[in-house]
Design a protein around this ligand. Structure first.
Ligand SMILES: [Zn+2]
Length: 90
């Protein structure tokens, strides 16, 4: 699995307040408004707003990701972020 990294405007995770200014994607395309993201610091599932700031995922976006079969992949990213967080705290 190859990831590509992109700069994004600095924003703060609405759950843990960590600053995020990079995005890693498998799709090799820069994040766009409405894309789903996972906070690398706490694992919160988020989405990008029109200015590429991280906001809580909307119910509609969550339902769309589930309907399109993307949810298992999102949960794997979330689990990886939570494992990293647990390692940092130990
Ligand atoms: Zn977070």
């Amino acid at each position: 699995m190859t990831f590509e990294e992109f700069d994004v405007p600095t924003s703060h995770c609405p759950k843990c307040s960590s600053a995020n200014d990079r995005a890693s994607t498998e799709s090799r395309t820069a994040p766009r408004a409405g894309d789903v993201s996972v906070c690398a610091c706490c694992g919160e599932i988020l989405e990008y707003d029109q200015r590429l700031r991280l906001i809580p995922i909307s119910d509609g976006k969550r339902a769309a990701a589930q309907a399109h079969g993307l949810w298992p992949q999102i949960l794997r990213y979330q689990a990886a972020a939570k494992r990293c967080k647990a390692r940092r705290e130990n």
